[in-house]
Design a binder for this molecule. Structure first.
Ligand code: DGJ
Length: 707
């Protein structure tokens, strides 16, 4: 046997791969750092973890590689599902190269394997980033002389048997990112996204961990597929107790067809291990933050006009809104849907990216000049991949609309269809119109929306499925527009939070986590979107007291205390706000600006509670911590009890007091610490502060400053 092993080590994590005997790499260990391991120690690890022959099983131990192969006797889901007209469907890979290199601060192994008889070549890239995040992806090349159809190419990471509980997320419009837990039983916990966008119901991160794992404790392994359309995340447990977590792209029929010489490359699968969900999240955040060009924590406070005016674009009204925005301290003014073509409501004009002379007789210039004159940046809403059939572009080019063939169109959603960016003319139309708007106007920010699922999304006239190609075209369009305007920021919005993944985040600087701005809902949305996305990339708005999406009413303290844990914005008709409300809003914005480096640059802390409606979370830096403590509407109105505030340096002393803009929302009396108290980080983490009776749907912000 020729031993060929790699020990990747970073951020408190070890990933040990075994590619001995010219086979595909298999994981010997993914988890806690094992320290320095020499060749002898690696041999010992391989011996200790070598699989055994099981009763009524193949006569050789079944080995599960990063792309699990049936040819080893593996009866779980194979990594590659594909065939050449029914043949060559079970390759037996021989590793022909495995090289180690250091990339972007991470340690990487590149593997090439072939099966000449099947006419296939496999590429594998495995990396352990400086933050201890594993990322891997696979590619398949057709080296045969006829077409090969890849149906699915998934990569997977085995996890130990003690990880027996699954936690992932699900949701819908206005209801994003509900956590769901289930036992990991024999079979597949397979989450398919078929929405042609990342989807409201995407798992975001699919975790398996020791039963009962929480934010701060319990060993847990999480995976995320970095892809903005159809995807698979899965956790599989076989009858013999082997467990694999992984995923990849969900390919539609024909999308994986490879002509001789062609390659299909799957998306990155990210894997994050830790004790507690916070550690899993920190690795994602740390990796994003380490990228060149990652948004600075001193991000501008935004005002988005959507819930203030909807489609009613009136220059004087918008100027009045801008005046008030500047007065309360807003730094970026974003004009939403309705500025172009015949788009006076959501039934017409989508796809015609030309400023409407009807709504804007003098162009956008007068508004932009006004906004810029007030010292704010100007941002604009676009939805480049979409089209209303009642638009100039759809009338001129009905063949540019995505469709399944036979002259039939998919069902409409929000009165719209999808423009096929894989058609060069359609792509050029959108790109050129958007570039013209950007060239003619002083625009620093695009809110890039995507308001429907891709259903039966093919290319006319034949109707060949084109979701994969559309996704790549969208990435290309974002890249081209950003290359032409390097300082331009893009927000990824998709009817709220339906396009949030690590691939779109390579080209966007903010996500819009949900159309629901009701703070009661936002507590959950921010907490769980934060499992993947750091606070500085989470759009977080203060809306009017009466929520436009839920009809609930909340006071400004709760709305603002909720929103400050993200990239702050306002989405409220300020012309209808009272002077007292404007003053209070201004105070919140001023405080947020002073706390911005902590709120947007700190480390996320979420505290477990047996009561689902008790919310405790915060952000910490070496110098400061800001925590939010409160309860939802079905939470206790009585004592919250002793609330621990972990994450601060245990050895240091911290001065703790409520944050000034918040009027303490206590029902009866004040706790003794309300005027401030100094405690060690250890006392705060182990004992905490006693919180008295609080009304439902209220939170109190508490600040801890290192003494
Ligand atoms: C959906 C978005 O989520 C909203 O914020 C708004 O931009 C509308 N689209 C505009 O049509």
């Amino acid at each position: 046997m020729t031993a060929h092993r790699f020990h990747l080590r970073a951020g408190g994590v070890s990933l040990v791969l075994d590619a001995s005997d010219d086979r595909l790499p298999a994981v010997l260990h993914w988890g806690a750092d094992l320290g320095e391991l020499d060749a002898q120690a690696l041999d010992a690890l391989a011996t200790a973890t070598s699989p055994t022959v099981l009763p009524s099983s193949p006569d050789v131990p079944v080995r599960v590689s990063l792309v699990p192969e049936a040819s080893t006797g593996w009866l779980g889901r194979p990594g590659l599902v594909g065939s050449r007209a029914g043949l060559d469907w079970s390759p037996r890979w021989t590793r022909v190269a495995a090289e180690r290199s250091v990339e972007r601060g991470g340690d990487a192994v590149h593997v090439r394997a072939t099966d000449p008889e099947c006419g296939l070549e496999l590429g594998l890239e495995v990396e352990l980033t400086a933050q201890g995040l594993v990322r891997l992806r696979a590619s398949v090349t057709n080296t045969g002389d006829s077409d090969y159809e890849v149906g699915e190419l998934l990569v997977g990471l085995p996890v130990p048997r003690r990880a027996r509980e699954v936690l992932d997320l699900a949701g819908g419009w206005g209801s994003e990112r509900h956590p769901q837990r289930s036992p990991l039983v024999v079979g597949q916990h397979r989450r398919e996204g078929r929405a042609g966008r990342t989807g409201f119901d995407a798992p975001t991160v699919l975790h398996v961990g020791v039963p009962g794992f929480g934010f701060r404790s319990g060993e847990v392994w999480g995976v995320h597929v970095a892809w903005s359309s159809n995807h698979v995340h899965q956790a599989e447990r076989t009858a013999s107790g082997v467990q694999v977590v992984g995923g990849g792209e969900l390919l539609l029929p024909g999308e994986g067809r490879l002509a001789p010489g062609e390659t299909y490359r799957g998306p990155w699968l990210f894997g994050s291990w830790g004790h507690g969900l916070d550690t899993v999240a920190h690795r994602f955040h740390g990796w994003l933050r380490a990228r060149p060009g990652h948004p600075d924590p001193r991000r501008p406070v935004a005002l988005n006009v959507w819930e203030a005016v909807y489609f009613d674009h009136d220059l004087d009204r918008l100027k009045a809104l801008a005046d008030l925005a500047a007065e309360v301290g807003i730094e970026r003014f974003v004009l939403d849907d309705g500025w172009f073509g015949a788009r006076r409501d959501d039934t017409k004009g989508l796809g015609d990216w030309v400023v409407s002379p009807e709504a804007w007789p003098s162009g956008l210039g007068p508004l932009i000049d006004h906004v810029r004159g007030l010292g704010m940046e100007f941002g604009l809403w676009v939805e480049p991949e979409m089209v209303n059939m009642d638009s100039d572009v759809a009338r001129a080019h009905p063949e540019w609309v995505m469709q399944p063939g036979h002259g039939r169109l998919p069902v409409e959603a929000r009165h719209q269809q999808v423009l096929n960016l894989t058609v060069p003319g359609a792509y050029a139309h959108v790109r050129d119109q958007l570039l013209a708007v950007l060239a003619d106007n002083d625009i620093g920010y695009l809110k890039w929306d995507h308001n429907r699922d891709l259903v039966e999304a093919g290319t006319a006239p034949g109707g060949a499925a084109a979701v994969h190609a559309q996704t790549l075209a969208t990435y290309r369009l974002m890249d081209e527009i950003r290359a032409a305007h390097p300082g331009l920021e893009i927000e990824s919005c998709s009817s709220g939070g339906a396009r949030i993944d690590l691939e779109v985040l390579q080209r966007t600087q903010r996500v819009w986590p949900s159309d629901v701005i009701d703070p009661h809902e936002r507590q959950r949305v921010l907490r769980w979107t934060g499992q993947l996305v750091p606070p500085e990339m989470l759009g977080s708005h203060i809306a009017s007291g009466h929520s436009r999406t839920t009809g609930r009413t909340h006071d400004l303290t709760f709305r603002a205390s909720t929103a400050v844990f993200g990239h702050l914005g306002v989405e409220w008709d300020l012309t209808a706000a009272t002077p007292a409300e404007l003053a209070e809003l201004g105070a919140w914005i001023a405080w947020w600006k002073s706390a911005r480096p902590t709120l947007l640059g700190g480390e996320l802390v979420r505290v477990d509670s047996p009561d689902a409606d008790v919310w405790v979370h915060g952000v910490v830096t070496p110098e400061r911590g800001i925590f939010s403590v409160g309860a939802g509407s079905s939470g206790p109105v009585s004592n919250l009890g002793d609330v621990v505030l972990p994450g601060l340096d245990a050895e240091a002393q911290w001065h703790v007091r409520p944050v000034i803009p918040a009027a303490p929302p206590f029902l009866f009396g004040q706790p003794d610490w309300i005027g401030g108290v100094s405690l060690s980080g250890r006392m705060l983490a182990e004992v905490g502060l006693r919180f008295p009776a609080m009304p439902p749907d209220q939170v109190l912000l508490v600040e801890a400053v290192r003494v």
